[in-house]
Ligand binder design. Structure first.
Ligand SMILES: Cc1cc2nc3c(=O)[nH]c(=O)nc-3n(C[C@H](O)[C@H](O)[C@H](O)COP(=O)(O)OP(=O)(O)OC[C@H]3O[C@@H](n4cnc5c(N)ncnc54)[C@H](O)[C@@H]3O)c2cc1C
Length: 460
């Protein structure tokens, strides 16, 4: 028997031993609080540098200064949200961070546009010139304004390609790599803030603090997005051990590595995986752990949904892998109540399969509902049954199309009929957006508090 086969068949439980230190998690409200305080400090900077206002032109110019300061602050916050800081990733969760980033992006672009328009208009009113001639003067004779305008246009371009109407028409990779222009835009706009911002020209402390903020975020990006994955790859030496079919179009990939407990990965989390094989190495895709992490191996389960995921079934044992993570907040740490309901739709079963095995729960307190279009598509059927027996958990497969089932079997009061004490549960939810939205509504109607619904989206 080959090493790969032996490892694949080994039981999916950790040998006893010393547990790794618990990981630090930032609370979402605390993160929002810190962001809010930063925004207030930016307004204080303006207040400090503005003794009085004279006339309409001055009013407009100062509105331009405030929006400029908030835009300069907002853009670095947007970058920081995507810096993959481990405590933030664990505490807030990658999908919530992505939502904050997308929503914040709209505000920041609005602030940038408002800053440009208000400043030009304010200067034009004060100088009694037309807006167009004032715009030309600013571009031509004010230091770094031309570069900042280029930066603003780049950010607007990134905003347009991220808009809901445009994004689905692009390849994921095209959209992703266009996003890198944000870094260029931030760099281009930086000097403009010091060269033209009245708050910074005469305030060395403000310049120092602002620079420190930008440098800290840049260092976090370089460290967590580039150096850490390279260090982890060198340290853990990830390799594909085996690839096993699970259901039509679905394979499980076992990945071996050294000293994996140092990662402090948990069931419910995901990694971004880059397989160093021909045609695959240039893309990294997020896949959740489909079994609790082991000291020497991790398992993911992938449904073929595009070129990249389709190609993974052909991976050869021994293929080297770069894994970035762990990420995600849908872990046992999010749980508040003794009863737990796991609801999976389709391939959303992967993180919930891992949680079913490792969430601490008394027999009878753990229930899994697994929605699939047909029993043929159900992944881990045997594993789920064995786990249910071992843990005293209830597992319900809900199979069939909506027409066959006469509507959504997890909406319209159906969940409450199945689980009368639904409101006493923590609910972990992972599935397609339509199912997730319908189930969340149903749960809220049934009295489950929003903070007891833990959710991971497979779409950023
Ligand atoms: C947190 C998370 C966990 C996931 N876990 C699993 C899992 O356990 N099993 C599973 O089968 N699928 C999982 N997915 C979905 C999986 O990442 C995509 O289906 C896969 O990347 C599709 O890639 P593709 O190139 O084959 O398909 P494409 O046709 O190129 O992409 C299909 C769609 O997948 C999304 N996608 C593609 N690449 C990425 C990327 N790098 N980052 C984010 N989204 C991307 C995009 O929305 C894209 O429109 C997960 C996604 C996320 C965000």
């Amino acid at each position: 028997m080959s090493t790969a086969t032996r490892r694949r068949d080994a039981p999916l439980t950790n040998p006893p031993g010393r547990l790794p230190r618990p990981a630090v998690r930032a609370r979402p409200r605390a993160v929002l609080g810190v962001i809010g305080i930063g925004a207030a400090v930016a307004v204080c900077l303006w207040w400090h540098g503005t003794p009085s206002l004279h006339g309409f032109g001055d009013l407009l110019t100062n509105a331009g200064r405030i929006t400029g300061l908030e835009a300069g602050y907002g853009v670095i916050v947007l970058v920081a949200l995507m810096a993959r800081l481990p405590p933030v990733e664990r505490g807030v969760g990658a999908d919530r961070l992505a939502r904050w980033h997308a929503m914040g992006g709209k505000y920041v672009i609005g602030l940038i546009v408002a800053h440009a328009l208000l400043t030009v208009w304010g200067y034009a009113v004060t100088a009694h010139t037309s807006v167009t001639s004032q715009a030309w003067t600013l571009l031509d004779s004010y230091p770094d304004v031309l570069m900042a305008t280029g930066a603003g246009l780049l950010l607007v371009m990134v905003g347009i390609v991220s808009a809901r109407a445009v994004r689905p028409r692009m390849r994921y990779e095209t959209w992703y790599y266009l996003h890198f222009y944000t870094y260029l835009a931030v760099a281009l706009a930086f000097s403009h803030q010091f060269a033209d911002g009245a708050e910074f020209k005469s305030n060395a402390a403000a310049r120092g603090a602002w620079s420190a903020l930008y440098i800290a975020v840049a260092a976090a990006i370089v460290w967590y997005r580039f150096v850490t994955p390279a260090r982890q790859a060198a340290r853990h030496k990830y390799r594909v051990l085996s690839v096993r079919p699970e259901a039509p179009g679905v394979v499980s990939i076992m990945i071996g590595g050294r000293g994996l407990s140092a990662l402090r990965a948990e069931s419910g989390q995901f990694f971004r995986w880059r397989f160093l094989a021909r045609g695959l190495w240039w893309t990294s895709s997020p896949y959740s752990l489909s079994a609790p992490p082991q000291r020497d191996r991790l398992r993911i389960t992938v449904k073929a949904s595009g070129d990249h995921s389709q190609a993974l079934r052909r991976l050869k044992p021994g293929t080297r892998v770069i894994a970035e993570g762990p990420y995600g907040a849908m872990t046992s740490a999010a749980r508040r109540r003794s009863k737990v309901l796991l609801i999976a739709g389709g391939v959303g079963i992967t993180p919930l399969r891992a949680l079913l095995e490792s969430l601490p729960a008394a027999p009878g307190d753990l229930t899994l509902i697994y929605r699939v279009s047909s029993m043929r598509d159900a992944v881990f059927r045997e594993e789920l049954k064995q786990l249910a027996d071992r843990r005293g958990a209830k597992v319900w497969f809900v199979a069939g199309s909506r027409t066959e089932l006469d509507g959504n079997p997890l909406a319209d009061g159906e969940l409450t009929r199945r689980i009368p004490d639904l409101a006493e549960h923590d609910v972990y939810l992972c599935g397609p957006p339509g199912l997730t939205a319908a189930v969340t509504r149903e749960l809220l109607d049934a009295g489950v508090r929003r903070r007891h619904i833990h959710h991971e989206s497979f779409k950023f």
